[in-house]
Ligand binder design. Structure first.
Ligand code: PNS
Length: 174
C-alpha cells in the first residue's frame, strides 16, 4: 500500500520528519506532496521550489520516499495519482478538530482514507511557524529541524537582513 503525506511544509520540521520516517516503515512508498493551504494564503516564507528543494535534501536518505507538488484538491491528486492513503501527523489535541474535519471531507469528496500518526511528544511543540519566527530573530533551530531546513532558514534570513540594510542605506555596498 502506498501513501501520500500532504502539507504546506514551510519548512519541514523534525515533527514532520518523525511522522514521515515512521510512515515510510509502514507503507511501501510515501510521497511527500507540497500542497496549497487556503488558510495560509500569501503567508509563505519559502517559494514552492525552495520547499521542494528542502524536502528533497531532507528525505534523500529515505529510499521509499519521493517528493511532489500539486495545486488542486487533495482528493483529485489522490484520484489522479492512484496513491492510496493520506497520512497526517497529530501533535496535540489542538490539531485534532481540524484534522478530523479534513479527513471526513476527503472521505466524503473522494472516498479517500486518512491514517494519523502521532508525532513523538518531543516534537509536540514544534511547528513550521515557530521555526520561522525563531529563525527570523537569528535564534537556533538546529534541534528542531533537519539540516536542510536549518541552512535554508539561515540563507533566507541572511538575505533579508542584507536586503533590509541596502534599503535603509541605499549607498551601502551589498
Ligand atoms: O501543512 P498543512 O498546511 O496543515 O497542510 C494542509 C493541506 C495542504 C494538506 C490542506 O490544506 C490541503 O489538503 N490542501 C489542498 C486543497 C484541499 O484539498 N482542500 C480541502 C481540504 S482542507
Amino acid at each position: 500500500m502506498n501513501a501520500v503525506f500532504p502539507g504546506s511544509f514551510d519548512p519541514i520540521t523534525n515533527g514532520h520528519m518523525d511522522v514521515l520516517t515512521r510512515a515510510s516503515r509502514i507503507f511501501e512508498h510515501v510521497t511527500v506532496t507540497v500542497m496549497h493551504n487556503a488558510r495560509k494564503q500569501g503567508r509563505h516564507l519559502f517559494t514552492l521550489e525552495e520547499r521542494l528543494d528542502i524536502l528533497r535534501e531532507a528525505t534523500a536518505h529515505l529510499p521509499n520516499v519521493s517528493v511532489d507538488s500539486f495545486s488542486g484538491l487533495l482528493v483529485d491528486y489522490m484520484r489522479q495519482s492512484n496513491k492510496g492513503i493520506i497520512v497526517r501527523g497529530l501533535r496535540a489535541v489542538s490539531d485534532y478538530e481540524y484534522e478530523l474535519q479534513i479527513a471526513h471531507l476527503n472521505r466524503q469528496l473522494g472516498g479517500v482514507e486518512t491514517v494519523f500518526i502521532m508525532a513523538a511528544t518531543r516534537w509536540s511543540y514544534v511547528s513550521s511557524s515557530m521555526l520561522r519566527e525563531i529563525a527570523s530573530y537569528q535564534g537556533d533551530v538546529t534541534s528542531m529541524a533537519p539540516a536542510a531546513t536549518v541552512s535554508a532558514l539561515r540563507r533566507k534570513f541572511a538575505a533579508e537582513i542584507t536586503n533590509a540594510a541596502s534599503v535603509d542605506n541605499p549607498g551601502s555596498p551589498r
